[in-house]
Design a protein around this ligand. Structure first.
Ligand code: PNS
Length: 166
C-alpha cells in the first residue's frame, strides 16, 4: 500500500490545495493531509479549525482514501514514525521552487527514506495562495472563487471586517 503525506499550513485550505489533494488521491492508495506549524507564518486559524475545514471540503467531494493529522513538530520524524516515505507538495511557479527544494533536501537529510514528489498546480490555480485569500477577505473582497464553498461562510465570519477598517 502506497501512502503519501501532504503537509502544509492550510490557513485556510484553498481550491489549489483541493486540486492537489484530488490528484494525489488518484496516485496513492492513502493520502495523509498534515496540518503543521510553519514557524515563519502567523496563522489566522487554529490547527483544529484548519483540520475541520479540510475534512469538510474533502468529504463534500467524496474523497475516501484520506486521513488527517495536525501537530507541531518535524515532518521528517512523523513520517519516520508512521513508515511513510513520500511527501507530496504542490508547485505553482518557479518562485516556489527554491523554498520547496530547500525543504525537500532538508527533509531527506533528516530522514533519508523520505522522497518529495511535486505536483504541478493546475493552470487556473497558479496564482492562488492562502495569504492572498486572507488579504482579499481582510478587505471584505470576494473570495468565493478561491476557496471551497462549504467553508466560505466560516471564513467570512472570521476574516471579513464588515467595513471596520474604514
Ligand atoms: O503551507 P506551507 O506554510 O508552505 O507549509 C510549510 C510546512 C508546514 C510544510 C513546513 O513549515 C513544515 O514542514 N513544518 C513542520 C516543521 C518541519 O518539519 N520543519 C522542517 C521543514 S524543512
Amino acid at each position: 500500500m502506497k501512502t503519501a503525506i501532504y503537509p502544509g499550513s492550510f490557513d485556510p485550505v484553498t481550491l489549489g490545495h483541493l486540486d492537489i489533494i484530488q490528484r494525489a488521491c488518484k496516485v496513492f492508495d492513502e493520502l495523509v493531509v498534515a496540518v503543521l506549524v510553519n514557524p515563519e507564518k502567523h496563522t489566522a486559524f487554529s490547527i483544529e479549525e484548519r483540520l475541520a475545514f479540510l475534512k469538510r471540503a474533502t468529504a463534500e467531494i467524496g474523497i475516501q482514501n484520506i486521513s488527517f493529522v495536525g501537530f507541531e513538530g518535524l515532518l521528517a520524524d512523523y513520517a519516520h514514525r508512521c513508515g511513510i516515505h513520500i511527501i507530496v507538495k504542490g508547485l505553482r511557479a518557479l518562485s516556489d521552487f527554491e523554498y520547496e527544494f530547500q525543504m525537500a533536501l532538508t527533509n531527506r537529510k533528516l530522514n533519508p527514506d523520505l522522497e518529495t514528489m511535486f505536483f504541478t498546480t493546475s493552470a487556473e490555480n497558479m496564482y492562488l495562495s492562502s495569504s492572498m485569500v486572507k488579504q482579499i477577505a481582510g478587505f471584505d473582497g470576494d473570495i468565493s472563487n478561491f476557496v471551497p464553498e462549504c467553508i466560505l461562510s466560516d471564513l467570512k465570519k472570521r476574516l471579513y471586517t464588515g467595513g471596520r477598517l474604514g
